[in-house]
Design a protein around this ligand. Structure first.
Ligand SMILES: Nc1ncnc2c1ncn2[C@@H]1O[C@H](COP(=O)(O)OP(=O)(O)OP(=O)(O)O)[C@@H](O)[C@H]1O
Ligand SMILES: [Mg+2]
Length: 363
């Protein structure tokens, strides 16, 4: 384990009756970073948080906190606090009492509680709201009370289960900035759950992309966006054009019946692959200058760019993001650079993917 590792999962599985909802999960969480668990509904995100918090037990495997196995340590002895999706505030208590709740249980002195509550309310910019009833607070303010209540316990790790999903878009974006800023200021480890890929990309140091009880890929937002290891990740993170192809040789891939220079390698000759091109990496040009010739089918104005849908002769759809309009029905060229082509192996695991990149880069 790396030195600054605070939480580690080793071959962790979780079964409910017949259902294996987490399958052999392995990861390490480093102290002081912002992590995001990202994946579709039911993939096991909340279950991972519950295992870390001690609200449920692993069926198999080991969970470590600062190198000590904590499988059998009860929830109230773990240096972890959770902000739940519905905030779980006490409606009959005011803001002050909600935040003070855990501290009273810990039998902290009245004076120490008053100081602590003030301090954490200031952190979430609710200094003047101590006496307010919860029912008189907006959604965003309630959310901050929930965060303040969790921070009052001075956790080493804060778990946040989709805390922003109940907020409208504008407030949500503001809270994304605030949470990120708060995490950096406090330097504590955040593990944040969302199924919103833009939120994950904007906030995280590291993202774990999950599907069906497994971590499919982990890495920085840029890594995951630029080098998705398979179709699921490419599809889930951002908009993608994905077509089938063949790896002719290192740096040479074939798709839509043409050969293209690329920057990937380490595969068998003629290995079938999937090829990803992001809409923002495609430029519309004349058919002569384009690397692919396509016909413009539809065009939508999206505010910052036009979303243009085209089809090639083979019938593949190509989405292009462009600040310039195109003419619907016209034949145009699509231009892209070799490094815009991302080649993915079918069914490659994260370990195989890393090993391939490494071996290829060494050569
Ligand atoms: N107490 C339980 N008993 C039985 N099955 C459960 C229990 N809790 C969760 N599950 C199942 O485990 C799987 C993972 O659930 P989990 O709540 O971790 O998903 P999630 O990724 O958080 O989804 P969402 O985005 O919808 O919150 C689901 O199929 C769910 O039905
Ligand atoms: Mg959940």
């Amino acid at each position: 384990m790396a030195n600054q590792t605070i939480i580690a999962f080793e071959n962790v599985s979780k079964q409910y009756d017949e259902d294996l909802v987490l399958k052999d999960i392995n990861f390490e969480i480093e102290q002081g970073k912002f992590y995001t668990l990202l994946g579709p509904s039911g993939c096991g995100k909340t279950t991972i948080l519950r295992l870390i918090a001690g609200f449920t037990e692993a069926t198999q495997g080991n969970i470590y906190f600062e190198k000590k196995r904590i499988n059998d340590i009860p929830a109230n002895k773990r240096k972890v606090n959770t902000v739940f999706q519905d905030y779980a505030l006490f409606p009959h208590l005011n803001v002050f009492e909600n935040v003070a709740f855990g501290l009273r249980i810990k039998k902290m002195s009245k004076q120490a509680i008053a100081i602590k509550v003030k301090e954490v309310l200031r952190l979430v910019q609710l200094d003047c709201f101590e006496d307010r009833e919860i029912s008189e607070m907006s959604g965003g303010q309630r959310q901050r009370v929930a965060i303040a209540r969790a921070l009052a316990n001075e956790p080493d790790v804060l778990l946040l289960d989709e805390p922003l999903s109940a907020l409208d878009l504008k407030l949500r974006t503001n809270m994304q900035y605030e949470l990120r800023e708060l995490q950096q200021r406090l330097g504590i480890t955040f593990i944040f759950v969302t199924h919103d890929q833009e939120e994950a990309l904007a906030m995280s140091d590291e993202i774990f992309v999950m599907n069906a009880g497994q971590v499919i890929q982990s890495g920085t937002p840029v890594d995951i966006y630029d080098e998705p290891i398979n179709r699921f990740v490419a599809d889930f993170i951002g908009e993608s054009n994905i077509v089938e192809g063949n790896m002719l040789a290192d740096n040479q891939v074939e798709f839509v019946g043409q050969s293209f220079e690329c920057v990937d390698g380490g595969m068998r000759r003629n290995e079938p692959v999937e090829v990803v091109l992001r809409p923002e990496d495609l430029t519309i040009t004349s058919p002569e200058r384009g690397k692919l010739v396509v016909e413009v089918d539809t065009q939508l104005f999206r505010g910052v760019h036009y979303e243009i849908i085209c089809y090639d002769q083979a019938g593949n759809e190509w989405m292009v993001h462009s600040t310039k309009k195109a003419k619907v029905g016209s034949k145009v060229g699509l231009f892209f650079e070799p490094e815009d082509i991302h080649v993915m192996r079918f069914n490659e695991t994260e370990e195989e993917f890393d090993a391939r990149l490494e071996s290829y880069e060494e050569e």
